[in-house]
Ligand binder design. Structure first.
Ligand SMILES: [Cu+2]
Length: 132
């Protein structure tokens, strides 16, 4: 009788471990595949397509350069002397620049090689009531 009780306890403990393990795996797979917003760099307008992008915090954003030229994704603040939020540096053909964990804000950016190339990235909180 006592032996049977121990066996049941062991089974119950095993079930709890399995439950925790499955929850961990679900959480892990969600982390392994974060959503990414893709922006394509072009030689003609819009140079960053789409030109204006709205994302939620936690969403990654990546810029792909399918052109034959060097470009950059440079936050305007890097040039004006304000806070420099991001700067890809020279991004060669077929290269990708990715950003994640960007704080909420309104980021205007440009290409340091071709100042005519401009884009805007707006990052908002997941439950922000509205944006300005
Ligand atoms: Cu450029």
């Amino acid at each position: 009788m006592k032996k049977r009780c121990i066996g049941y306890e062991r089974l119950k403990r095993g079930g709890v471990v399995l439950l925790i393990l499955s929850l961990f795996l679900i959480g892990h797979s969600a982390l392994a595949a974060p959503s990414t917003f893709r922006i394509t760099i072009g030689t003609f307008f819009p140079y960053y397509s789409p030109e204006v992008v709205h994302i939620r915090t936690g969403t990654s954003v990546s810029w792909e350069n399918p052109t034959a030229d060097l470009h950059s994704i440079t936050h305007d603040g890097c040039q004006t002397g304000e806070a420099c939020a991001f700067d890809s540096g020279p991004l060669g053909p077929n290269r990708t620049f990715s950003l994640r964990q960007l704080p909420p804000g309104h980021y205007s950016y440009h290409c340091s090689f071709h100042p005519i190339m401009r884009g805007t990235l707006v990052v908002t909180e997941p439950h922000a009531p509205s944006e300005t």
